[in-house]
Ligand binder design. Sequence first.
Ligand SMILES: C[S@@+](CC[C@H](N)C(=O)[O-])C[C@H]1O[C@@H](n2cnc3c(N)ncnc32)[C@H](O)[C@@H]1O
Length: 306
Amino acid sequence: MKAAMSESIFRKDGTAQGVAKQRLIESIAKPEERIINDPYADRFVLGASFIKLMGHKLNVWLAENLVPGFHEHLISRTRFIDDLIKKSAASGVEQYVILGAGYDSRAHRLELPSSLRIFEVDQPEVQARKRSKLPKELPNLENITYVAVDFSHQSLTEQLMDAGFDQSKSTVFTLEGVSQYITKEAFDSMIKEMAALTQKANSIFFVSYASELLNKNPEACFGKGYPNAEKRAKLITYGSAKVGEPWISFYGAEEIESVLSQNGYSIKENVTLKDLNSRYFAPVGRTLSENQLLQLEHFLVAKSQN
Ligand SMILES: C[S@@+](CC[C@H](N)C(=O)[O-])C[C@H]1O[C@@H](n2cnc3c(N)ncnc32)[C@H](O)[C@@H]1O
């Protein structure tokens, strides 16, 4: 892995760039056809001018040929969390912790109440690059605190508390496209720390996870009718490993439910791209067909029972 990292043009941010690239591709669609708009994504993507020149449709077509539904999977995940955060903020949640924030610009893209405190957590290198590329004047900047944490060997509690996290305030945590990159031990201790940090307040936790079926039985993982599942599964995991960030953790449904419930969280929502097709794509005239419904990750929303 070390060799792959040093040979790579990416410095710990290959997958963060990959997701930002799909957000850029979506943002250049016609306003009435797109499901998210990220005006900052282009700053983080190599070859952004070329992508813009090619336009939304051609980029999506190319992505569809490689892995059908991959683009839609990633942008529906972003939209799903956007909706969760807007809804939570409107119902009075006071803090938002973005775990493994990468080049996500939700804190600036969404209209959020100024009372919502936001903590962006990621590896120091990725965070430093993000900050150097964002414009100096940004909506909501004063409400954001950057917290540098490497989940593999640093405590979330210590860093968050030092950054001003308030244990008496209701909090949403999101872990978007990250669980597959960290060990199960790191994931386990992250949830334990979240639960302990919010003992006195309500907390909501969004997590996306890759099913263990991805390796064992890609056809069953991606869903009936999805073409060349095994080849596509290999392409996805190969692509991440190639940029120096291999997928190392996969979960069974019972396993993830058990980790959550041991820490006081119960699952309130569990969806995949298949469920989000009618919610997001159908209304803008982009209904996906069965052979595009890539069930790559599950999107879970869990709540603590405080
Ligand atoms: C696929 S990107 C997702 C980024 C962002 N959540 C999004 O959806 O755009 C994975 C993110 O996890 C972060 N990450 C991976 N391993 C990490 C670790 N050990 N500690 C902290 N962050 C980590 C990476 O730096 C990267 O930003």
